[in-house]
Design a protein around this ligand. Structure first.
Ligand code: ZN
Length: 452
Protein backbone atom coordinates (compact mmCIF):
# COMPACT_ATOMS: atom_id res chain seq x y z
CA UNK A 1 0.00 0.00 0.00
CA UNK A 2 2.90 2.32 0.69
CA UNK A 3 4.39 1.94 -2.74
CA UNK A 4 0.95 2.49 -4.22
CA UNK A 5 0.61 5.62 -2.11
CA UNK A 6 4.10 6.72 -3.19
CA UNK A 7 3.10 6.22 -6.81
CA UNK A 8 0.06 8.40 -6.28
CA UNK A 9 2.18 11.05 -4.59
CA UNK A 10 4.61 10.91 -7.50
CA UNK A 11 1.79 11.31 -9.98
CA UNK A 12 0.29 14.18 -8.04
CA UNK A 13 3.47 16.19 -8.74
CA UNK A 14 2.32 16.43 -12.33
CA UNK A 15 -1.04 17.76 -11.34
CA UNK A 16 -1.40 21.36 -12.54
CA UNK A 17 -3.06 22.26 -9.26
CA UNK A 18 -0.45 20.92 -6.91
CA UNK A 19 2.83 21.47 -8.71
CA UNK A 20 2.19 24.78 -10.30
CA UNK A 21 -0.29 26.41 -8.07
CA UNK A 22 -2.25 27.45 -11.11
CA UNK A 23 -5.90 26.93 -11.77
CA UNK A 24 -7.46 23.59 -12.65
CA UNK A 25 -8.03 22.44 -16.18
CA UNK A 26 -4.55 23.31 -17.43
CA UNK A 27 -2.62 20.60 -19.11
CA UNK A 28 1.00 20.18 -17.92
CA UNK A 29 3.85 20.24 -20.43
CA UNK A 30 4.77 16.70 -19.32
CA UNK A 31 1.50 15.36 -20.66
CA UNK A 32 1.45 17.73 -23.61
CA UNK A 33 4.66 16.12 -24.80
CA UNK A 34 3.01 12.71 -24.58
CA UNK A 35 -0.08 14.05 -26.26
CA UNK A 36 -2.22 13.06 -23.26
CA UNK A 37 -4.60 14.99 -21.10
CA UNK A 38 -3.66 15.08 -17.42
CA UNK A 39 -6.40 12.64 -16.44
CA UNK A 40 -5.66 10.17 -19.19
CA UNK A 41 -1.93 10.44 -18.51
CA UNK A 42 -2.40 9.82 -14.80
CA UNK A 43 -4.55 6.77 -15.47
CA UNK A 44 -2.00 5.48 -17.97
CA UNK A 45 0.93 5.79 -15.56
CA UNK A 46 -1.07 4.42 -12.62
CA UNK A 47 -2.02 1.32 -14.62
CA UNK A 48 1.58 0.96 -15.80
CA UNK A 49 2.86 1.14 -12.21
CA UNK A 50 0.22 -1.27 -10.96
CA UNK A 51 1.32 -3.82 -13.52
CA UNK A 52 5.08 -3.52 -13.18
CA UNK A 53 5.42 -3.13 -9.41
CA UNK A 54 4.64 -6.46 -7.74
CA UNK A 55 4.29 -4.89 -4.30
CA UNK A 56 1.68 -2.47 -5.60
CA UNK A 57 -0.13 -5.29 -7.41
CA UNK A 58 -0.10 -7.67 -4.45
CA UNK A 59 -0.66 -5.38 -1.53
CA UNK A 60 -4.29 -4.41 -1.63
CA UNK A 61 -4.86 -3.78 2.07
CA UNK A 62 -7.53 -1.22 2.69
CA UNK A 63 -6.14 2.27 3.06
CA UNK A 64 -7.51 4.24 5.97
CA UNK A 65 -9.10 1.22 7.63
CA UNK A 66 -7.96 0.38 11.16
CA UNK A 67 -5.57 -2.52 11.74
CA UNK A 68 -7.47 -5.79 12.14
CA UNK A 69 -4.73 -7.67 13.90
CA UNK A 70 -1.16 -8.88 14.16
CA UNK A 71 0.10 -12.40 13.49
CA UNK A 72 3.56 -13.22 14.86
CA UNK A 73 4.97 -16.44 13.45
CA UNK A 74 8.07 -17.89 15.12
CA UNK A 75 10.06 -20.67 13.49
CA UNK A 76 12.01 -21.97 16.46
CA UNK A 77 15.64 -22.36 15.37
CA UNK A 78 14.84 -21.20 11.80
CA UNK A 79 18.14 -19.74 10.63
CA UNK A 80 18.78 -18.18 7.23
CA UNK A 81 20.85 -21.13 6.02
CA UNK A 82 18.00 -23.56 6.73
CA UNK A 83 15.60 -21.26 4.88
CA UNK A 84 18.11 -21.30 2.01
CA UNK A 85 18.12 -25.11 2.00
CA UNK A 86 14.31 -25.23 2.01
CA UNK A 87 14.15 -22.73 -0.86
CA UNK A 88 16.83 -24.50 -2.91
CA UNK A 89 15.24 -27.92 -2.46
CA UNK A 90 11.74 -26.68 -3.24
CA UNK A 91 13.02 -25.25 -6.49
CA UNK A 92 10.30 -22.59 -6.48
CA UNK A 93 9.84 -19.67 -4.12
CA UNK A 94 8.82 -20.25 -0.54
CA UNK A 95 5.87 -18.26 0.78
CA UNK A 96 8.41 -16.45 2.95
CA UNK A 97 9.77 -14.97 -0.27
CA UNK A 98 6.44 -13.18 -0.80
CA UNK A 99 7.03 -11.03 2.27
CA UNK A 100 7.90 -7.53 1.02
CA UNK A 101 9.98 -6.40 4.02
CA UNK A 102 13.01 -8.20 5.46
CA UNK A 103 15.19 -7.29 8.45
CA UNK A 104 17.68 -9.02 10.73
CA UNK A 105 17.52 -9.38 14.49
CA UNK A 106 20.44 -9.93 16.86
CA UNK A 107 19.60 -12.75 19.22
CA UNK A 108 21.92 -12.54 22.25
CA UNK A 109 20.45 -13.03 25.74
CA UNK A 110 21.54 -11.44 29.01
CA UNK A 111 23.61 -14.58 29.57
CA UNK A 112 25.72 -14.27 26.44
CA UNK A 113 25.86 -14.37 22.68
CA UNK A 114 23.94 -17.63 22.36
CA UNK A 115 20.37 -17.51 23.57
CA UNK A 116 17.93 -20.25 24.41
CA UNK A 117 14.27 -20.11 23.41
CA UNK A 118 13.17 -18.88 26.85
CA UNK A 119 15.34 -15.75 26.90
CA UNK A 120 14.73 -15.17 23.18
CA UNK A 121 10.95 -15.17 23.39
CA UNK A 122 11.16 -13.00 26.50
CA UNK A 123 13.17 -10.45 24.50
CA UNK A 124 10.76 -10.58 21.55
CA UNK A 125 7.56 -10.39 23.60
CA UNK A 126 8.61 -8.13 26.50
CA UNK A 127 11.43 -5.97 25.09
CA UNK A 128 13.84 -7.06 27.85
CA UNK A 129 16.84 -9.37 27.62
CA UNK A 130 17.00 -11.95 30.36
CA UNK A 131 18.89 -15.06 31.42
CA UNK A 132 18.63 -18.28 29.47
CA UNK A 133 15.97 -20.56 30.99
CA UNK A 134 13.95 -17.56 32.27
CA UNK A 135 10.59 -16.65 30.81
CA UNK A 136 8.80 -13.30 31.20
CA UNK A 137 11.10 -12.04 33.96
CA UNK A 138 13.86 -9.44 33.93
CA UNK A 139 17.33 -10.15 35.27
CA UNK A 140 16.24 -8.92 38.72
CA UNK A 141 13.52 -11.56 38.82
CA UNK A 142 10.65 -9.14 38.27
CA UNK A 143 7.80 -10.29 36.02
CA UNK A 144 7.55 -8.15 32.89
CA UNK A 145 4.32 -7.80 30.91
CA UNK A 146 4.39 -9.37 27.47
CA UNK A 147 2.87 -7.87 24.36
CA UNK A 148 0.09 -10.46 24.78
CA UNK A 149 -0.74 -9.25 28.27
CA UNK A 150 -0.69 -5.66 27.02
CA UNK A 151 -2.98 -6.67 24.14
CA UNK A 152 -5.44 -8.25 26.58
CA UNK A 153 -5.47 -5.07 28.66
CA UNK A 154 -6.35 -3.18 25.51
CA UNK A 155 -9.23 -5.63 24.88
CA UNK A 156 -7.55 -7.31 21.94
CA UNK A 157 -8.43 -10.95 21.33
CA UNK A 158 -5.45 -13.27 21.64
CA UNK A 159 -4.50 -16.69 20.27
CA UNK A 160 -1.55 -19.04 20.75
CA UNK A 161 -0.93 -22.02 18.46
CA UNK A 162 2.08 -24.32 18.72
CA UNK A 163 3.32 -27.69 17.55
CA UNK A 164 4.88 -28.45 20.95
CA UNK A 165 3.29 -28.45 24.37
CA UNK A 166 1.80 -25.00 24.91
CA UNK A 167 3.87 -24.91 28.12
CA UNK A 168 7.12 -25.09 26.10
CA UNK A 169 9.31 -21.98 26.21
CA UNK A 170 8.11 -20.08 23.14
CA UNK A 171 4.31 -20.31 23.60
CA UNK A 172 4.82 -19.94 27.36
CA UNK A 173 6.48 -16.58 26.73
CA UNK A 174 3.10 -15.01 25.97
CA UNK A 175 1.58 -15.39 29.43
CA UNK A 176 3.98 -17.08 31.88
CA UNK A 177 6.59 -15.65 34.23
CA UNK A 178 9.03 -18.26 35.59
CA UNK A 179 12.72 -18.60 36.35
CA UNK A 180 12.82 -22.17 35.10
CA UNK A 181 11.40 -23.02 31.69
CA UNK A 182 11.06 -26.65 32.77
CA UNK A 183 8.54 -25.81 35.49
CA UNK A 184 5.78 -26.62 33.06
CA UNK A 185 3.13 -27.36 35.67
CA UNK A 186 3.54 -23.82 37.02
CA UNK A 187 3.43 -22.52 33.47
CA UNK A 188 0.17 -24.41 32.82
CA UNK A 189 -1.35 -22.94 35.97
CA UNK A 190 -0.24 -19.41 35.07
CA UNK A 191 -1.69 -19.78 31.57
CA UNK A 192 -4.97 -21.07 33.05
CA UNK A 193 -5.17 -18.07 35.36
CA UNK A 194 -4.54 -15.59 32.54
CA UNK A 195 -5.43 -17.42 29.34
CA UNK A 196 -5.52 -16.30 25.72
CA UNK A 197 -8.92 -16.56 24.01
CA UNK A 198 -7.61 -19.36 21.81
CA UNK A 199 -4.94 -21.85 22.91
CA UNK A 200 -4.09 -24.79 20.64
CA UNK A 201 -1.19 -27.23 20.93
CA UNK A 202 0.04 -30.13 23.03
CA UNK A 203 0.62 -30.35 26.79
CA UNK A 204 -2.67 -31.91 27.90
CA UNK A 205 -1.11 -33.67 30.88
CA UNK A 206 0.20 -30.45 32.44
CA UNK A 207 -3.35 -29.11 32.50
CA UNK A 208 -5.05 -32.22 33.85
CA UNK A 209 -2.95 -32.71 36.91
CA UNK A 210 -5.21 -32.57 39.91
CA UNK A 211 -8.36 -33.21 37.88
CA UNK A 212 -10.92 -34.93 40.08
CA UNK A 213 -8.17 -35.81 42.51
CA UNK A 214 -8.89 -37.78 45.64
CA UNK A 215 -8.64 -34.69 47.76
CA UNK A 216 -11.62 -32.60 46.74
CA UNK A 217 -10.13 -29.60 48.49
CA UNK A 218 -6.96 -29.81 46.47
CA UNK A 219 -6.08 -27.01 44.14
CA UNK A 220 -8.14 -27.20 40.99
CA UNK A 221 -6.38 -28.46 37.88
CA UNK A 222 -5.62 -25.84 35.21
CA UNK A 223 -8.24 -27.43 32.94
CA UNK A 224 -10.92 -27.01 35.60
CA UNK A 225 -10.05 -23.32 35.85
CA UNK A 226 -10.22 -22.98 32.07
CA UNK A 227 -13.54 -24.83 31.80
CA UNK A 228 -15.25 -21.84 33.40
CA UNK A 229 -14.36 -19.52 30.54
CA UNK A 230 -13.41 -21.68 27.53
CA UNK A 231 -14.66 -24.60 25.49
CA UNK A 232 -12.24 -27.49 25.95
CA UNK A 233 -11.11 -29.92 23.25
CA UNK A 234 -8.77 -32.75 24.24
CA UNK A 235 -8.94 -34.97 21.19
CA UNK A 236 -6.71 -34.50 18.15
CA UNK A 237 -8.98 -36.54 15.91
CA UNK A 238 -12.09 -34.62 17.00
CA UNK A 239 -10.31 -31.34 16.36
CA UNK A 240 -8.93 -32.31 12.96
CA UNK A 241 -11.96 -34.18 11.65
CA UNK A 242 -14.45 -31.43 12.27
CA UNK A 243 -15.80 -30.00 9.04
CA UNK A 244 -16.13 -26.44 10.40
CA UNK A 245 -14.38 -23.55 8.64
CA UNK A 246 -13.68 -21.84 11.94
CA UNK A 247 -13.11 -23.21 15.43
CA UNK A 248 -15.88 -25.44 16.68
CA UNK A 249 -16.65 -28.19 19.14
CA UNK A 250 -19.18 -30.93 18.39
CA UNK A 251 -20.21 -28.99 15.30
CA UNK A 252 -20.96 -25.78 17.20
CA UNK A 253 -18.87 -22.67 16.54
CA UNK A 254 -16.89 -21.50 19.53
CA UNK A 255 -14.71 -18.46 20.09
CA UNK A 256 -12.85 -19.02 23.34
CA UNK A 257 -11.31 -22.48 23.17
CA UNK A 258 -8.47 -24.46 24.72
CA UNK A 259 -7.50 -27.39 22.48
CA UNK A 260 -4.81 -29.61 24.03
CA UNK A 261 -4.31 -32.31 21.46
CA UNK A 262 -1.44 -34.46 22.80
CA UNK A 263 -0.21 -35.52 26.22
CA UNK A 264 3.00 -33.55 25.74
CA UNK A 265 4.30 -32.41 22.34
CA UNK A 266 2.46 -32.97 19.08
CA UNK A 267 4.31 -35.38 16.77
CA UNK A 268 6.43 -34.25 13.81
CA UNK A 269 4.80 -33.77 10.40
CA UNK A 270 6.70 -36.87 9.25
CA UNK A 271 6.48 -39.60 11.91
CA UNK A 272 9.87 -41.01 10.87
CA UNK A 273 11.43 -37.88 12.37
CA UNK A 274 10.27 -38.63 15.88
CA UNK A 275 13.03 -38.07 18.41
CA UNK A 276 13.64 -38.95 21.98
CA UNK A 277 13.37 -35.40 23.15
CA UNK A 278 16.37 -34.09 24.94
CA UNK A 279 16.62 -30.90 26.91
CA UNK A 280 15.56 -27.87 24.93
CA UNK A 281 13.91 -30.11 22.43
CA UNK A 282 11.24 -30.35 25.02
CA UNK A 283 12.21 -31.73 28.36
CA UNK A 284 10.90 -35.10 27.55
CA UNK A 285 11.38 -36.06 30.93
CA UNK A 286 8.53 -37.83 29.14
CA UNK A 287 5.60 -37.09 31.33
CA UNK A 288 5.10 -39.89 33.75
CA UNK A 289 1.57 -41.02 33.19
CA UNK A 290 1.23 -42.14 36.75
CA UNK A 291 2.20 -38.71 37.99
CA UNK A 292 -1.04 -37.49 36.48
CA UNK A 293 -4.21 -38.29 38.30
CA UNK A 294 -6.09 -40.11 35.59
CA UNK A 295 -9.68 -40.15 36.55
CA UNK A 296 -10.53 -38.27 33.45
CA UNK A 297 -13.00 -40.84 32.24
CA UNK A 298 -15.08 -39.94 35.28
CA UNK A 299 -15.48 -36.47 33.89
CA UNK A 300 -18.52 -36.36 31.63
CA UNK A 301 -17.58 -33.39 29.55
CA UNK A 302 -13.96 -34.12 28.73
CA UNK A 303 -13.27 -36.65 25.99
CA UNK A 304 -9.60 -37.43 25.73
CA UNK A 305 -8.22 -38.71 22.44
CA UNK A 306 -5.09 -40.65 21.63
CA UNK A 307 -1.94 -38.86 20.54
CA UNK A 308 -1.63 -38.77 16.75
CA UNK A 309 1.39 -40.30 14.98
CA UNK A 310 1.75 -37.48 12.48
CA UNK A 311 0.82 -33.81 12.48
CA UNK A 312 0.28 -33.43 8.74
CA UNK A 313 -1.96 -30.41 8.04
CA UNK A 314 -2.50 -29.54 11.70
CA UNK A 315 -0.71 -26.19 11.87
CA UNK A 316 -2.33 -24.80 8.73
CA UNK A 317 -5.79 -25.93 9.77
CA UNK A 318 -5.48 -24.70 13.36
CA UNK A 319 -4.09 -21.34 12.21
CA UNK A 320 -6.70 -20.78 9.48
CA UNK A 321 -9.63 -21.70 11.71
CA UNK A 322 -8.28 -19.52 14.51
CA UNK A 323 -7.87 -16.58 12.16
CA UNK A 324 -11.46 -16.94 10.90
CA UNK A 325 -12.73 -17.15 14.47
CA UNK A 326 -10.69 -14.10 15.52
CA UNK A 327 -12.12 -12.15 12.59
CA UNK A 328 -15.64 -12.83 13.84
CA UNK A 329 -14.94 -11.92 17.46
CA UNK A 330 -14.87 -8.16 16.93
CA UNK A 331 -11.91 -5.91 17.75
CA UNK A 332 -8.28 -6.41 16.83
CA UNK A 333 -6.35 -9.59 17.55
CA UNK A 334 -2.83 -10.76 18.32
CA UNK A 335 -1.88 -14.30 17.37
CA UNK A 336 1.32 -16.27 17.96
CA UNK A 337 2.00 -19.29 15.78
CA UNK A 338 5.08 -21.36 16.58
CA UNK A 339 6.78 -23.96 14.42
CA UNK A 340 8.45 -25.55 17.43
CA UNK A 341 10.15 -28.54 15.88
CA UNK A 342 12.40 -26.85 13.31
CA UNK A 343 14.67 -26.43 16.35
CA UNK A 344 14.50 -30.09 17.24
CA UNK A 345 15.65 -31.14 13.77
CA UNK A 346 18.55 -28.70 14.19
CA UNK A 347 19.52 -30.08 17.60
CA UNK A 348 19.52 -33.60 16.17
CA UNK A 349 21.46 -32.35 13.11
CA UNK A 350 18.67 -33.89 11.02
CA UNK A 351 18.23 -31.42 8.20
CA UNK A 352 15.31 -33.35 6.67
CA UNK A 353 13.39 -33.03 9.92
CA UNK A 354 14.12 -29.31 10.23
CA UNK A 355 13.28 -28.59 6.58
CA UNK A 356 10.03 -30.58 6.68
CA UNK A 357 8.95 -28.61 9.75
CA UNK A 358 10.02 -25.34 8.10
CA UNK A 359 7.97 -26.20 5.00
CA UNK A 360 4.98 -26.91 7.25
CA UNK A 361 5.32 -23.43 8.76
CA UNK A 362 5.81 -21.89 5.31
CA UNK A 363 2.65 -23.59 3.99
CA UNK A 364 0.78 -22.22 6.99
CA UNK A 365 2.06 -18.76 6.08
CA UNK A 366 0.90 -19.30 2.49
CA UNK A 367 -2.60 -20.19 3.66
CA UNK A 368 -2.74 -17.11 5.90
CA UNK A 369 -1.51 -14.81 3.12
CA UNK A 370 -4.26 -16.16 0.87
CA UNK A 371 -6.87 -15.73 3.58
CA UNK A 372 -5.72 -12.19 4.34
CA UNK A 373 -5.60 -10.78 0.83
CA UNK A 374 -6.99 -7.25 1.00
CA UNK A 375 -7.18 -7.26 4.80
CA UNK A 376 -5.34 -4.94 7.20
CA UNK A 377 -3.37 -7.53 9.13
CA UNK A 378 0.33 -7.26 9.95
CA UNK A 379 2.21 -10.55 9.65
CA UNK A 380 5.72 -10.84 11.12
CA UNK A 381 7.69 -14.05 10.66
CA UNK A 382 10.95 -14.60 12.49
CA UNK A 383 13.01 -17.10 14.49
CA UNK A 384 14.12 -16.95 18.09
CA UNK A 385 17.65 -18.10 17.17
CA UNK A 386 19.50 -20.35 14.76
CA UNK A 387 19.97 -24.01 15.68
CA UNK A 388 22.78 -26.35 14.65
CA UNK A 389 25.20 -23.95 12.93
CA UNK A 390 23.72 -25.25 9.67
CA UNK A 391 25.25 -24.62 6.26
CA UNK A 392 24.44 -25.72 2.73
CA UNK A 393 27.67 -27.17 1.32
CA UNK A 394 26.75 -28.20 -2.22
CA UNK A 395 23.87 -29.16 -4.49
CA UNK A 396 21.72 -27.91 -7.34
CA UNK A 397 18.50 -25.92 -7.10
CA UNK A 398 15.49 -28.22 -7.11
CA UNK A 399 17.48 -31.12 -5.69
CA UNK A 400 18.43 -32.35 -2.27
CA UNK A 401 21.31 -30.32 -0.82
CA UNK A 402 24.40 -31.52 0.97
CA UNK A 403 24.51 -29.77 4.32
CA UNK A 404 26.63 -29.65 7.45
CA UNK A 405 26.18 -28.67 11.08
CA UNK A 406 28.70 -27.15 13.50
CA UNK A 407 26.89 -27.87 16.76
CA UNK A 408 24.02 -29.71 18.39
CA UNK A 409 23.16 -26.48 20.20
CA UNK A 410 22.12 -23.01 19.08
CA UNK A 411 24.36 -20.47 17.35
CA UNK A 412 24.57 -16.70 17.75
CA UNK A 413 23.94 -15.73 14.14
CA UNK A 414 21.39 -13.05 13.36
CA UNK A 415 18.04 -14.37 12.18
CA UNK A 416 15.74 -12.89 9.56
CA UNK A 417 12.53 -11.00 10.22
CA UNK A 418 9.94 -10.97 7.41
CA UNK A 419 6.99 -8.58 7.48
CA UNK A 420 3.83 -7.97 5.47
CA UNK A 421 0.94 -5.58 5.90
CA UNK A 422 0.36 -2.31 7.77
CA UNK A 423 3.48 -1.28 9.70
CA UNK A 424 5.65 -3.88 7.93
CA UNK A 425 8.18 -1.27 6.82
CA UNK A 426 9.29 -0.70 10.43
CA UNK A 427 10.79 -4.21 10.49
CA UNK A 428 13.54 -3.50 7.93
CA UNK A 429 17.15 -2.97 9.08
CA UNK A 430 19.29 -4.65 11.72
CA UNK A 431 18.24 -4.47 15.35
CA UNK A 432 18.19 -6.30 18.68
CA UNK A 433 15.51 -8.94 19.31
CA UNK A 434 14.06 -6.64 22.00
CA UNK A 435 13.16 -4.10 19.27
CA UNK A 436 10.52 -6.48 17.91
CA UNK A 437 8.47 -5.87 21.07
CA UNK A 438 8.74 -2.10 20.62
CA UNK A 439 7.85 -2.29 16.93
CA UNK A 440 4.79 -4.45 17.66
CA UNK A 441 3.79 -2.15 20.50
CA UNK A 442 4.04 0.90 18.23
CA UNK A 443 1.71 -0.75 15.71
CA UNK A 444 -0.65 -1.72 18.51
CA UNK A 445 -0.65 1.79 19.98
CA UNK A 446 -1.42 3.27 16.56
CA UNK A 447 -4.61 1.18 16.48
CA UNK A 448 -7.67 2.86 18.06
CA UNK A 449 -8.33 1.59 21.59
CA UNK A 450 -11.38 -0.57 22.19
CA UNK A 451 -13.70 0.67 24.90
CA UNK A 452 -15.60 -2.30 26.28
ZN1 ZN B 1 16.64 -25.23 20.79
Amino acid sequence: MNRFRAALTFLSQFSPGSSRGSGTGESSPFYDRLGLSFIKGTAFIAILLLCILPAACNDDSQEGQPLEGIILIVGDGMGLSLISQASLEKGTALNLERMPVVGLQKTSSATGSVTDSAAAITAILTGKKTYNEWIGMDTNGNPIPSIFEIAKERHWNTAIISTSSVTHATPAGAFAHVRDRDSEESIARQIAENPPDILIGGGRNYFLKGLNGPNQNALKSPIEILQKTHSISLSYSDFMNSSCDSLCLDGESVDRIVALLADNHLPPVDPSHKLDYKKDSGSSSTLQKDSIIHSISKSDDLRIGADPRSRQGYLELASERSLRTLQTMGGPFLMLIEGSQIDWGGHANKADYAVTELRDLDETLGALLKELEGRNVLIVVTADHETGGHAVLSGKPGEKQKVGFLTHGHSAEMVPVFAYGPGAETFSGIYENTEIFHKLLAVMEATPAISH
